[in-house]
Design a protein around this ligand. Structure first.
Ligand SMILES: C[S@@+](CC[C@H](N)C(=O)[O-])C[C@H]1O[C@@H](n2cnc3c(N)ncnc32)[C@H](O)[C@@H]1O
Length: 263
């Protein structure tokens, strides 16, 4: 589905100018808002709508009236707890100063947690195959300032608007400490509600052997998968499942360190 860029309902010259730049960045058409509702724009244009508002970018996939926009999401509360106890940090073996590739950036909550943990000596890359999601999140990570303790971690994340398998294929062997993947759940779960506006819009592609193969080739320490507890992907692709009682999603790990061959 194509994306069309427009401005907020109450448009200003500054927003129109910003809209022009974003339209060029994304290679997406810009149209005047002319006080039309998002529903009307969907109807008239048959396209997803990216609204340039004063404070943020708001993405309205076709048929949705709730916008998707950047905010720290679960990273806000996860980074208030001891980070070494965060399940992603714990299962991945990610260390301070390490490099982390998040294959499925989404809202970037996991990437922010990883980035806060690795610190300024570390490196975090986030791949997102949906170009508008990648753009909205990239701009949010670069500018969000309502949680100053996370600003550095957000700015550190390098967003790659590309398919993760293509990106991993471009990397040398053993060049990243941890590779992480969190594809869209095929089952709807309440905890994933922040992603609800994107359910039919985000890349719904699931794990493949080629994807896991590239991840194992490039990771020095571990490859981590987050998936629904009913997912058969853990066993199918050789991830050791870390069961988390009473949670709807589990983590699975492939240990890539030579001294620890996966069981
Ligand atoms: C469940 S969300 C990830 C949520 C993320 N972990 C977070 O903390 O917000 C999955 C995201 O990965 C993207 N995606 C799915 N397959 C991908 C692929 N092969 N390469 C890059 N991005 C992908 C989807 O478009 C979606 O935005």
């Amino acid at each position: 589905m194509k994306t069309v860029v427009t401005t907020a309902y109450r448009t200003t010259d500054a927003l129109v100018m910003k809209g022009g730049i974003i339209s060029r960045d994304l290679g997406a058409p810009f149209i005047s808002r002319n006080k039309r509702s998002v529903g009307k724009l969907h109807e008239e244009l048959g396209a997803d709508i990216l609204v340039v508002a004063k404070e943020r970018l708001e993405f309205y996939p076709m048929g949705k009236t709730e916008p998707f926009f950047f905010h720290p999401n679960s990273s806000a509360f996860r980074t208030k707890r001891p980070l070494e106890e965060d399940p992603l940090i714990e299962v991945s073996g990610l260390g301070i100063g390490d490099s982390f590739v998040d294959c499925t950036l989404g809202m970037a909550s996991d990437a922010i947690v990883a980035s806060q943990w690795v610190g300024n000596e570390g490196e975090v890359v986030g791949c997102e195959s949906h170009p508008t999601i990648a753009y909205v999140i990239g701009k949010g990570l670069a500018a969000y300032d309502k949680m100053p303790h996370l600003s550095e971690a957000m700015r550190r994340i390098r967003v790659i608007p590309a398919d993760a398998v293509a990106y991993l294929s471009s990397l040398p062997d053993d060049s990243v400490d941890v590779v992480y993947m969190d594809p869209m759940f095929t089952e709807e779960i309440a905890e994933a509600s922040n992603f609800l506006p994107l359910r039919e819009t985000a890349d719904m592609g699931q794990l493949t052997g080629a994807w896991v193969g590239q991840a194992v080739r490039t990771a020095r320490k571990s490859v981590v998968l987050k998936a629904h507890f009913r997912s058969g992907d853990f066993e199918k692709y050789g991830f050791k499942r870390r069961v988390r009682p009473n949670t709807k999603f589990h983590y699975g790990v492939i240990d890539c360190r030579p001294e620890k061959v996966p069981e």
